[in-house]
Design a protein around this ligand. Structure first.
Ligand code: BTN
Length: 329
């Protein structure tokens, strides 16, 4: 029996495919085609239409990930810094997969990208909704000489890199919310989850996980518990997933190399240019406690500086929101 992915790959272009040609390509009987197509579509969560006497097509075409195309879109210097690139049809979480590879000795620069995640991880133990064939789920493994405690600004630097990529491909009004939400008009467009392990004095191993909503069908979005947006909405037109993956890899590698050499400082200006709340009155919540003050910028270690009636407090963790009654930019 052909795999679900094999079937959906044949239909990915969104064109009509006759039962006869599908039967031939999948080496199954014509009578078995519709059942196989329906099952594949249901399993992968895509929608297929059967057009009487003409065949089958996906209601929304998919641009599936292509390893060679992704590599061809990456400059030679960046490629030289990369380890193996795994393009997976399905994985529980690209971060978890890379963490396991890292423990088994995978080299710096190893990458994992997947068409779908069955247990995508978000911050604060949330689930990252990761349907098949849309969006980007990517993780990069990087090894640093620095101690884990010196890597506090890395997730911000990486977030600034992702915001810059999105701006560069034509998304205006991209913004960052500390520590690493990438927003468009106050709705989440992308998120980062960094997982760090290492010796107290270094070295450290980091998995930088990035999720970008490129096209999020409504039926999948129902389970997202925060305002969200996808790239096609924010940009106005679709953008190639493969091209975007190459650009994200370029930027993440540059950030990892730059951070290893110079820390957060070179990224502060970019971060502050995108910072949605800089200079605004905000509330910072950490567990059950809350502080209010003016967002006074980012410390060299990536901590949030909060001006509370003239005293500056710094926070390594927490959720930032605009203070009640303030208008959202
Ligand atoms: C957030 O909650 O904002 C962080 C979301 C990070 C999601 C990405 S998708 C690729 C990588 N693998 C995961 O399991 N999570 C990250």
């Amino acid at each position: 029996m052909p795999s679900h992915l094999e079937i959906v790959r044949l239909l990915a272009d969104g064109e009509l495919h006759s039962g006869e040609s599908l039967a031939e390509q999948l080496a199954i009987s014509r009578a078995a085609v519709w059942k196989a197509v329906r099952k594949a579509a249901a399993t992968l969560g895509v929608e297929v239409e059967a057009v009487r006497a003409r065949g089958y097509r996906l209601t929304v075409p998919l641009e599936l990930l292509e390893r060679e195309r992704i590599l061809a879109g990456i400059g030679a210097d960046t490629r030289a810094a990369l380890g193996p690139l795994d393009v997976l049809d399905e994985v529980d979480s690209t971060n978890r997969h890379l963490m396991a590879l890292a423990r088994a000795g995978a080299p710096c620069g190893t990458l994992c990208i997947a068409e779908r995640q069955t247990a995508g991880r978000g911050r604060h133990g949330r689930t990252w909704v990761s349907p098949f064939g849309s969006n980007i789920y990517l993780s990069l493994l990087w090894r640093f000489e620095q101690a884990p405690s010196e890597l506090g600004g890395l997730s911000l630097a990486a977030g600034a890199g992702i915001a810059a990529v999105l701006e560069c491909i034509g998304v205006s009004e991209v913004a960052l919310k500390w520590p690493n939400d990438v927003l468009w008009r106050a709705r989440k467009l992308a998120g980062l989850l960094l997982e760090v392990t290492g010796e107290a004095q270094g070295p450290s191993t980091v998995v930088i996980g990035v999720g970008v909503n490129t096209h999020l069908p409504d039926k999948h979005a129902q389970s997202i518990d925060q305002p969200w947006v996808d790239l096609v909405t924010a940009r106005g037109t679709p953008y190639s997933r493969n091209r975007l993956v190459s650009q994200v890899i370029e930027h993440l590698v540059a950030v990892a190399q730059g951070y290893a050499a110079h820390g957060f400082e070179p990224y502060r200006a970019t971060w502050e240019r995108f910072d949605r709340h800089l200079g605004e009155p905000v509330r910072l919540s950490l567990g059950l406690r809350q502080w209010t003050g003016k967002h006074a910028g980012i410390a060299p270690d990536g901590a949030l500086r909060l001006d509370c009636d003239g005293s500056i407090l710094t926070f390594q963790a927490g959720e930032v929101s605009l203070r009640a009654g303030e208008t959202i930019r």
